[in-house]
Design a protein around this ligand. Structure first.
Ligand SMILES: [Zn+2]
Length: 426
C-alpha cells in the first residue's frame, strides 16, 4: 500500500457533477484529503504523482458480473467445463476486470457454486489479483426454466441450479449461503434463447421467489433476479428482490412501484449482450434469421424505452452487460457506458456515476465506496483524457494509466505503457 498525493488532477468525484482541478491524498487504504488543486497541499512521505491533464476518478463497479463465464457459445458450455479449468478461467477473468478499471464486481451469477466464492476469498486474502467481489450463487431456476438443461434421457448442466417449490428453493439458497455466497440469483422469467421458458414467461412462482428472498434476507444477503417478462418484474417487486435485471417488458404500474422503492432497489439492463447479439451474433452462428426470430431489435428498442424512463425517474441503474459469452468477451465491459449514453440518454458523467456511485451502493458499501471523497476507500483510476466528455475512453485499457484498489497500486502510471495486461479466459 502506498501513500500517494495526486497533484493537479482533473477530478471526477463519481457523483455525476463536472470535473474540477484537485489534489488528492491517499493514506493506507483510504482517501485522506480532497482539496482544490491550488491549495498548496503538502504531504510528507507521500509519493507525488503529477496528474496534470489526467482524470482522477473512482474505480468502476461491474454491476452484472459473471466472472466464471468464459467465452461460452451455449449455456451448456458452462456446465461442460470441469471445475478445475473453470476456476482458473474465473481467476484470469477477475484479473482482467481489474486491469480494465473495474475495482469492484457485483456478481449476477456464478456458473458453479463455489467459483465466485473462492476467487473472492483469494482476492481478499491478497493472494490473487482481482476486484473486490460480491459472490453470487448459480442461477436458481425451476424445472424447464432458464438454466435447466436436463432432459428425461440426459443430464446436462449450465449455470443453473434447479429447485421446485418454496422448500427446495429455500434449501438451495441456504446451501449457497452456507458455501459463502453474498448474493442469491433467481430466474423468475425465462429467456428467448432457451426452451421451453421464453423471455415473456413468468415461470418461478411467487411462493418460490418469496422463499429465496426471505432466506437471503434472513442471512443478510442480497437477491438478484433475471426478469424479462413484465409479470416477472412485478413479482420481483412484490417479493422485495434487491436487484432486478433486464426488465425490457416492464409495464407502467411496475415503473411506478419501482420508483416508489428506488432507495432500495437496483436495476440493470445487461445491454451489452443484446447489442452484441445483433452486432456480432452472425460471427458465432446466430444468423440474421435467428436475430429476427429472437426479436433482438425489438428487445433493444424496448430496453432503450424502459431505461430512458427509469433514468428520468431517478431509479438506480447498474452498468454491466452480461459479458462472458463468446460475442460479449470479458474485458469489453466498459462498452456499456457508451450504450448508456447513446441508447438511454445519460450524459457521459451520469453514465460514469452509474459505474461509480451506484456501483458502490450496489456493492452494499455506498457510505465508503464509489466516490472520491475523504474517508472513502481508495479505489481510484487515473485516466488519460476526459471520460466525462467521451466515455469510450474507458474501453481503452492503455488509457487507464493507474488502477488503485484499497490503496494498493495494481497498475502504476510508469508501467502502464509497457504492460499488455491480462486477457479474457476462454
Ligand atoms: Zn447475466
Amino acid at each position: 500500500m502506498a501513500d500517494v498525493l495526486f497533484r493537479n488532477a482533473s477530478l471526477f468525484d463519481g457523483t455525476g457533477t463536472p470535473t474540477r482541478p484537485a489534489d488528492v491524498i491517499v493514506r493506507g487504504s483510504r482517501i485522506r484529503t480532497v482539496a482544490d488543486a491550488n491549495a498548496g497541499l503538502e504531504a510528507p512521505g507521500c509519493e507525488i504523482i503529477d496528474a496534470t491533464g489526467l482524470t482522477l476518478m473512482p474505480g468502476m463497479t461491474e454491476g452484472h458480473a459473471h466472472l466464471s463465464f468464459c467465452g461460452a457459445r451455449t449455456n451448456t458450455d458452462l456446465g461442460d467445463i470441469p471445475v478445475e479449468e473453470h476456476l482458473l478461467a474465473t481467476m484470469r477473468n477477475a484479473e482482467l476486470l481489474l486491469d480494465c478499471g473495474f475495482t469492484s464486481a457485483y456478481s449476477a451469477a456464478s456458473a458453479k457454486i463455489r467459483l465466485d466464492i473462492v476467487i473472492r476469498n483469494e482476492v481478499e486474502a491478497g493472494r490473487l489479483k482481482g476486484p473486490r467481489i460480491r459472490a453470487s450463487s448459480p442461477e436458481i431456476t425451476v424445472t424447464g426454466g432458464l438454466g435447466d438443461e436436463c432432459r428425461v434421457h440426459q443430464n446436462r448442466s449450465s449455470f443453473g441450479l434447479t429447485a421446485d417449490g418454496p422448500e427446495e428453493v429455500r434449501r438451495a439458497a441456504r446451501m449457497c449461503i452456507r458455501e459463502g455466497a453474498d448474493n442469491i440469483k433467481v430466474n423468475i422469467s425465462g429467456d428467448d434463447f432457451v426452451n421451453p421458458a421464453k423471455g415473456g414467461m413468468t415461470v418461478m412462482s411467487e411462493a418460490e421467489v418469496r422463499a429465496a428472498v426471505e432466506t437471503a434476507h434472513d442471512f443478510g444477503r442480497r437477491v438478484n433476479c433475471h426478469a424479462r417478462a413484465g409479470g416477472s418484474v412485478r413479482r420481483a417487486l412484490d417479493c422485495d428482490v434487491d436487484v432486478i435485471y433486464h426488465c425490457e417488458l416492464m409495464d407502467r404500474p411496475s415503473m411506478d412501484l419501482i420508483e416508489a422503492k428506488k432507495d432500495r432497489v437496483f436495476t440493470g439492463p445487461a445491454i451489452g449482450l443484446i447489442f452484441n447479439t445483433i452486432e456480432r451474433g452472425p460471427e458465432f452462428g446466430i444468423d440474421e434469421a435467428a436475430i429476427e426470430r429472437l426479436g433482438m431489435r425489438l428487445v433493444l428498442e424496448l430496453t432503450a424505452g424502459v431505461y430512458n424512463e427509469l433514468r428520468k425517474r431517478g431509479v438506480r441503474v447498474a452498468i454491466g452487460g452480461d459479458y462472458g459469452f463468446a460475442w460479449t468477451p470479458q474485458g469489453t465491459n466498459a462498452r456499456d457506458l457508451e450504450h448508456f449514453v447513446n441508447l438511454f440518454g445519460y450524459s457521459p458523467a451520469e453514465a460514469l456515476a452509474c459505474a461509480t456511485k451506484v456501483g458502490g451502493e450496489i456493492m452494499g458499501l455506498g457510505e465508503e465506496l464509489g466516490l472520491v471523497r475523504e474517508g472513502y476507500l481508495a479505489d481510484l483510476l487515473l485516466v488519460d483524457g476526459d471520460p466525462t466528455r467521451d466515455v469510450r475512453i474507458m474501453q481503452d485499457r492503455a488509457r487507464i494509466l493507474m488502477v488503485m484498489k484499497d490503496g494498493a497500486v495494481h497498475r502504476h502510471p510508469r508501467d502502464a505503457a509497457r504492460t499488455g495486461g491480462a486477457v479474457a479466459a476462454e
